[in-house]
Design a protein around this ligand. Structure first.
Ligand code: FPP
Ligand code: MG
Length: 329
């Protein structure tokens, strides 16, 4: 998914700031260097979308946030995201990310976990010169992401989740960081009264992204082992959660599938077709649209102003991607 154009050359300035944060002699000249090598390997992979920094730029423009402060918040957001991916790939035993081998594969789990820890420290350092509440909200954010990641591991293990668990995990894992882009931008700009509105916009955008990803897992053009990855691994996804909450028969069939170690690709195909027939993907699309509407209504009058209009364009783009994924399925 591409994001809309950010304000003039923000991304170039962001890339320099990100690189400076990782080449700061306070860290870069200290052993063991492998932790920063692994971090750079992921942070500067070409396929990184820089969605969070751009969101900070857009929110920052909407609330008149100073350019340097905007870069600091954007860098912190991207580093928190990168740290969470280093950890996530250890948890999920991921092998490829952003077109490169994951750090846990290229190096090992210790490097990936400790590299993520160091990145998290560097992320928080970016906020030292900003008002204290910005750092406090960042710490709260990391705690929320951490709890959500563990809830997801437990859900996958216990295989007993439905819509309630899905929502808690999606808000914590994805919505919270996009929400923080709004919170931090508003607080750092001295416009705390707007923090909840911008956070709401980010959170709803995050949920819309997560839902679109969930649709694509079910009806997207994936092949091989990747196809139906969520379904195969009992990984909480909205369409499956919807079915589990609303259709007792399908829930029982899913329980049986997940309890059958010999389940094969044909079994997965049959289950995926039943979930599609139940109307879950259409319901997922309805939720995408509802979250995008909420994101726009949180923006209110800012939707027509600089920065806000980029966010609104972004929401439109995501709406189209979600609609097309269903049309072409
Ligand atoms: C990707 O999810 C992972 C996340 C969105 C966040 C994971 C959060 C943690 C591991 C908690 C620790 C947090 C910090 C800040 C260190 P995914 O597995 O659904 O997506 P993927 O297909 O891209 O792997
Ligand atoms: Mg993962």
């Amino acid at each position: 998914m591409n994001a809309p154009v950010p304000t003039s050359n923000f991304l170039d300035r962001f890339e320099s700031r990100l690189r400076a944060s990782l080449t700061d002699p306070g860290h870069a000249e200290r052993e063991p260097r492998v932790l920063l090598e692994a971090s750079e390997h992921l942070a500067f992979a070409g396929a990184a979308k820089r969605m969070r920094p751009m969101l900070v730029d857009h929110f920052g423009a909407a609330v008149g946030l100073d350019g340097q402060v905007r870069l600091a918040v954007a860098t912190a957001a991207e580093l928190i995201h990168t740290a969470s991916l280093l950890h996530d790939d250890v948890i999920d035993e991921g092998t490829e990310r952003r077109g490169r081998p994951t750090a846990n594969v290229q190096w090992d789990n210790s490097v990936a976990v400790l590299g993520g820890d160091l990145l998290l420290c560097i992320a928080l350092e970016q906020l030292y010169d900003l008002p204290r509440p910005v750092t406090r909200t960042a710490v709260d954010l990391v705690a929320e992401m951490t709890r959500a990641a563990m809830l997801e591991v437990q859900a996958r293990r216990e295989r007993n989740w439905d819509l309630g668990e899905w929502e808690t995990i999606a808000v914590g894992k994805t919505g919270s960081l996009l929400a923080w882009c709004g919170t931090a931008s508003a607080i750092a700009a001295g416009r705390s009264e707007l923090a909840e509105r911008l956070a709401g916009c980010g959170r709803h955008l995050g949920l819309a992204f997560q839902l679109t990803d969930d649709i694509l897992d079910l009806v997207g053009e994936k092949t091989g082992k990747d196809r139906f990855a969520d379904l195969r691994n009992a990984n909480p996804s909205f369409p499956v959660a919807f079915v589990r909450s609303h259709d007792g028969e399908l829930r029982a069939a899913l329980d049986e599938l997940w309890a059958t170690p010999t389940a094969n690709d044909d079994d997965l195909d049959t289950m995926a077709a039943a979930i599609v027939d139940s109307g879950a993907p259409d319901e997922t699309l309805r939720r995408v649209e509802a979250h995008l509407d909420e994101a726009l209504s949180s923006l209110g009058e800012f939707a027509d102003r600089p920065g806000g209009e980029h966010v609104a364009a972004w929401a439109d783009q995501l709406r189209n991607i979600a609609r097309h994924s269903l049309e072409n399925s």
